[in-house]
Design a protein around this ligand. Structure first.
Ligand code: GLC
Length: 586
């Protein structure tokens, strides 16, 4: 067990590994990752050197939105296991010194949730309907939506039910928004937080944390049309949906629940709000930590990263929390691909070249060698920073995005519903099941991305419990996954996996688990990000420097011991472009 994990404040400087359960590891051969699959890989996770796992939703769901449409908040999707499997997974994680964080989705339920079915059955004005946001339509017979809001996944944000009323869904129509002005909703979520805490869960990731405190009464729906659902970065508190002051009352209430436990349960909020507001969610009497997504939207420019680091550390300080760093997650294209595409000095993740995102028939290729090189440099830049590092499954293997999944195999709702449908592939390209075993490679002659071939790079076992051939992985894996399989990378000292392991173990050993949020900047010029941190007292060093060169001209490195390097250095004193080092100074 790492020292950090024995401390109640473990989460302030943690390395958290995000698991997208349906694509991590399939133990029973149905082509869908499951909870026993996670348990079976706990040793792998410990050897990687992480402090905690965060599981994206594994609850019963019809998968209208990758599991973020939840039918039952206090259960496991039967395709992924049961509560006994969950308990066994937590206990195995704890034995390996790994904390467990689960995802809480409070903005909306699934349309098959018992509450929503009851709301439909109970009719207008009923208590059951008041748990959601039902309104009368506009037009002479209420036949038009209450207003013109468009959902974040495309199409109207309102859906009409049989008796003529309309309900609000900011996301898919299978995700009706809850009414947080209803006390029953508050009680229900506190029950859910206690349920998972009682099952040994150490913390929570709060989905769409900035969206709960809606103000839709009073003004007519038509009047509210001057705002749009897409404008979550409105910051004066007047937006009827996003980032309203009242949302903080909810988290203060939740904090009381977290503090019923010893140690108090941890929480991190997903709040896409203006940077000056993010850290309100992170204050110690609320969630305690919040995601900073600046790395996930930064392009490969030193200026973008420098600003992201400065702002992130400053904001963490002002909230009394610690910073967070995220390069990839289940919602954005994998960063080695992003860094291998043409770069523009802006936050352009969502503006990737269209022909690349739609790789059906297009000729554009990302430069993988360059993308990989930069991703290697990026983890050394990130992992020496104070605060928590969030790693998305497969990132440690250096996986690229899979942008050419056939349209008829896609699962994400966004490609089919967004404006200008079929103009983007959506988020499945980073959710393809992980490659564990290169010996289980499909025969290239018979491989077809539409139908699979019986092999899954060890994602599924060869056979299910009845001895039948396992189902194909729920999303097709490309043939090039073979080279990124865990067994291949474990044998190769120069692999991304070996770099991540070395980096995380050196981080644990050399960097103080200090609660502070500062670095000392070294001035190496505009194209370089260079900072130092105090080294752990038990180490041989006083400070550790992390230095990344973005520029075309090599820079001269300071004296000291070369601890890690993202690429082989031909000359120990020179740091070439797109390369990072850690140097220990005595
Ligand atoms: C969050 C999740 C995303 C999901 C959305 C709706 O942004 O990260 O995957 O689609 O919430 O629940």
């Amino acid at each position: 067990m790492t020292l950090n994990n024995l401390n109640d404040d473990w989460w302030k400087q943690a390395v958290v590994y995000q698991i997208y359960p349906r694509s991590f590891k399939d133990a029973n051969g149905d082509g869908l990752g499951d909870i026993p699959g996670i348990t079976s890989k706990m040793r792998y996770l410990r050897e990687l050197g992480i402090d905690a796992i965060w599981l994206s939703p594994f609850y019963p769901s019809d998968l209208a939105d990758g599991g973020y449409d939840i039918i039952d908040y206090r259960n496991v999707d039967p395709r992924l296991g049961d509560m006994a499997d969950f308990d066994a997974m937590v206990s195995q994680a704890h034995q390996e010194g790994i904390k467990v964080i689960v995802d809480i989705v409070p903005n909306h339920t699934a349309d098959r949730h018992a509450w929503f079915l009851e709301a439909l059955a109970s009719g207008r004005g009923s208590a059951a309907r008041d748990r959601y946001i039902f309104k009368e339509g506009s037009g002479p017979n209420g036949e038009f939506p209450p207003n013109d809001w468009q959902s974040l996944f495309g199409g109207p944000a309102w859906e009409r039910v049989e008796d003529g009323q309309w309900y609000l869904h900011i996301f898919a129509k299978e995700q009706p928004d809850l009414n947080w002005n209803n006390p029953e909703v508050h009680e229900e979520f506190k029950k859910t937080l206690r349920f998972w805490s009682d099952h040994g869960t150490d913390g929570f990731r709060v989905d769409v944390a900035h969206g709960l405190a809606k103000k839709l009464d009073g003004a007519s729906m038509k009047d509210l049309s001057r705002w749009t659902v897409h404008d979550s970065l409105s910051h004066d508190g007047t937006h009827p949906l996003w980032d309203r002051a009242q949302v903080h009352d909810i988290y203060r209430e939740w904090r009381q629940v977290f503090n019923e436990y010893d140690p108090p349960r941890f929480a991190v909020g997903e709040a896409w709000v203006v940077p000056e507001h993010q850290y309100l969610y992170a204050s110690p009497d609320e969630l305690g930590q919040v995601f900073n997504f600046e790395f996930a939207i930064a392009n490969w420019f030193s200026g973008d990263f420098r600003t992201a680091i400065r702002d992130g550390l400053q904001a963490a300080k002002s909230s009394g929390s610690t910073a967070t760093w995220v390069m990839s997650n289940h919602d954005v294209p994998r960063h080695p691909s992003r860094y291998g595409l043409p770069q523009a000095p802006s936050k352009a993740t969502h503006q990737l070249p269209k022909d690349w995102v739609l790789r059906d028939g297009s000729s554009y290729e990302e430069n993988r060698e360059l993308g990989s090189k930069r991703a290697r440099a990026a983890i050394l830049m990130e992992a020496a920073l104070p605060g928590s590092v969030y790693i998305y499954q497969g990132e440690e293997l250096g996986l690229f995005e899979v942008p050419d999944i056939p349209w008829d195999r896609l699962e994400d709702p966004t490609p089919f519903r967004t404006r200008g449908r079929y103009t983007e592939k959506g988020r499945d390209g980073c959710r393809v099941p992980l490659p564990w075993d290169s010996l289980d490679t499909p025969d290239p002659a018979s491989w077809n991305p539409r139908f699979g071939s019986g092999a899954s790079f060890g994602f599924s076992p060869a056979h299910d419990a009845d001895g039948a051939r396992s189902a194909d992985p729920h999303l097709p894996q490309p043939l090039w996954y073979r080279d990124f399989s865990v067994d291949v990378e474990q044998r190769d000292e120069t692999s991304m996996l070996s770099l991540y392991k070395a980096c995380l173990s050196r981080r644990a050993e050399l960097l103080t688990p200090a609660q502070d949020s500062s670095v000392t900047w070294l001035d190496e010029g505009d194209d370089v990000i260079a900072y130092t941190r105090d080294a752990a007292e038990s180490s041989a060093y006083t400070t550790i420097a992390s230095i990344t060169n973005f520029g075309a001209t090599a820079i001269t490195l300071p004296e000291g011991d070369l601890i890690l390097s993202s690429a082989q250095l031909d000359d120990r004193s020179q740091l070439p472009q797109d390369t990072s080092v850690w140097i220990g100074m005595r």
